[in-house]
Design a protein around this ligand. Structure first.
Ligand SMILES: N[C@@H](CCOP(=O)(O)O)C(=O)O
Length: 490
């Protein structure tokens, strides 16, 4: 299968590219993104066939339907990393929390967040291509807290790959920060910036499109790619767990094969929701996708009113920092799918030049046939964390908690919901301790210990060990100095 471009084609590029070309150079013409030319149709037959399959078997078959140019032994090696998740037989448990509400736990990998679901296999795929081509790659990652640790973990000490990871200093939880700054592998550089996530992501997109930066890298015999979900190599692995989660509901007898469900997705850069949207288009029985946000609620306004408006709008720090994002990359792939490349280019140009765009009435109703949305503020989120723990015995992190509000406001309670838990409680312990007991300003390690006792949950060794590990990365810079700092590292 080949990949085409969301904003049309400039004359220097081919009509379409292969999967490996799309992941090695993820920014397309006019700053657009790559998307599959068509999606494989899976249908009920595929779902029924995989009712008794393992996650890896399902993943392998789904990937084969995309007919990507990656050798089977590389795919097998990539998928074998799911064996290292908490439960080898099921890397993504789906848990019933309330009547008709099921939570798909995507955080059982090495860095305790859903990013491992895609970045673990993606690391193998990308470094294998680089080795096969005998090329060296610089992988950029911009993170609001979860992508960074997962990208560093998957690429550390891998051949032919170096990583530069940009994070907003002060804009992540302490555990997320420690996961990054304690990484000491020689091929990794972690750079804190004085700014917000959008500054880091803007820099990443600028560098990916910059001829002069790429020429400077060429002099060092290095090519450029990215670990963020602008890269379709991420998205392809983010489709699988939506299919798996649905099959889990059928396996548990919670739903009949073919019955439609809501997918409720905590969203920032929209990669997770996009994976669900593609799964739906490939045949998963979905009623609607519900987009859950925090106070940075641009996606709620887009889906409710058709307006993406960043004028007079600044990122606010929240209790769910991984979603402190205003420029959400993957909305563009939805616009392309619904309205085509001309309109997508027009809307994205408006966003770049006017900091805003507006859908027509018809476009909004098309969008709303697929999506609904709501946002949840920090206090509401803490209330859901406390209530769900006390009434249902289930502990969730503040990102997952945003789904509880939209579950109440956007869904028909008679239809089952799969909500996605994007991170483990251990990454946000001070917020959770505050929600459960009212304690304020607890240090992460103390909050972890107290929640562990209260909820009778173990703190994974990876998280516990962070507090005694040496800080290996202490670079904090102004955003204007990012390019210089990266070139210094190579
Ligand atoms: N929420 C993310 C931001 C980057 O998203 P991605 O989908 O582009 O990787 C994070 O936690 O870093």
């Amino acid at each position: 299968m080949n990949f085409i471009q969301t904003r049309g084609i400039d004359e220097n590029r081919p009509q379409s590219v292969t999967f490996s070309q799309a992941i090695l150079a993820p920014i397309a013409s006019f700053g657009g993104l790559y998307v599959p030319e068509t999606l494989p149709e899976l249908g009920e037959e595929f779902l029924t066939k995989h009712l008794n399959s393992s996650y890896k078997e399902l993943a392998k078959d789904m990937l084969s339907r995309f007919e990507i140019d990656i050798d089977t032994d590389v795919i097998d090696e990539a998928l074998s990393l799911y064996d290292e998740f908490d439960d080898k037989s099921n890397p993504v448990p789906v848990v019933k929390v309330k009547e008709n509400l099921y939570i798909s736990e995507l955080y059982h990998g090495p860095t305790r967040a859903f990013k491992d679901m895609a970045l673990q296999p993606f690391g193998i795929v990308l470094s294998s291509i680089a080795q096969k081509r005998n090329e060296n790659y610089l992988i950029l990652a911009a993170t609001s807290g979860d992508t960074g640790p997962a990208a560093l973990e998957t690429f550390k000490n891998r051949a032919n790959v170096q990583v530069a990871c940009l994070y907003p200093d002060g804009g992540t939880s302490d555990v997320q920060r420690l996961q990054m700054v304690t990484e000491d592998a020689k091929n990794l550089k972690v750079i804190g910036i004085n700014g917000v996530f959008d500054d880091a992501q803007n820099a990443l997109k600028h560098l990916l499109a910059s001829d002069s930066f790429k020429a400077a890298l060429k002099e060092k015999d290095v090519s450029l790619s990215a670990a963020n979900s602008v890269n379709f190599g991420r998205i392809i692995f983010q489709i699988i767990y939506h299919i798996h989660s649905y099959l889990e509901l059928v396996r548990q007898g919670a739903t009949a094969m073919g019955e439609k469900v809501y997918l409720n997705v905590p969203s920032g850069n929209f990669g997770n929701a996009l994976g669900g949207y593609y799964a739906w288009k490939m045949g998963l029985p979905v009623e609607k996708i519900i987009i859950s946000s925090n106070e940075n609620n641009v996606l709620t306004t887009l889906i409710k009113d058709g307006k993406y408006d960043l004028r007079n709008c600044e990122v606010v720090g929240t209790t769910s920092p991984a979603m402190d994002i205003l420029k959400s990359s993957n909305v563009e792939r939805i616009l392309f799918d619904l309205f085509g490349y001309k309109r997508t280019r027009e809307l994205m140009n408006d966003l770049e030049s006017k900091n805003a765009y507006e859908l027509t009435k018809d476009e909004l109703s098309t969008l709303r046939e697929c999506f609904d949305a709501d946002f949840c503020n920090g206090d509401e989120g803490k209330k859901y964390i406390k209530e769900t723990f006390e009434n249902d015995g289930y502990l969730m992190d503040p990102h997952t908690a945003t789904c509880l509000k939209s579950y109440e406001t956007c869904s028909n309670p008679d239809i089952k919901t799969i909500a996605y838990s994007t991170a483990e409680w251990t990454k946000f312990s001070p917020v959770i301790a505050n929600a459960l007991t009212g304690e304020v300003d607890a240090h992460d390690i103390d909050a972890l210990e107290s929640i562990s006792k209260t909820a009778n949950l173990e703190i994974p060794a990876m998280v516990k060990g962070l507090f005694t590990k040496e800080i290996a990365q202490d670079t904090i810079i102004e955003k204007e100095d990012i390019e210089k700092e990266i070139l210094k590292f190579l």
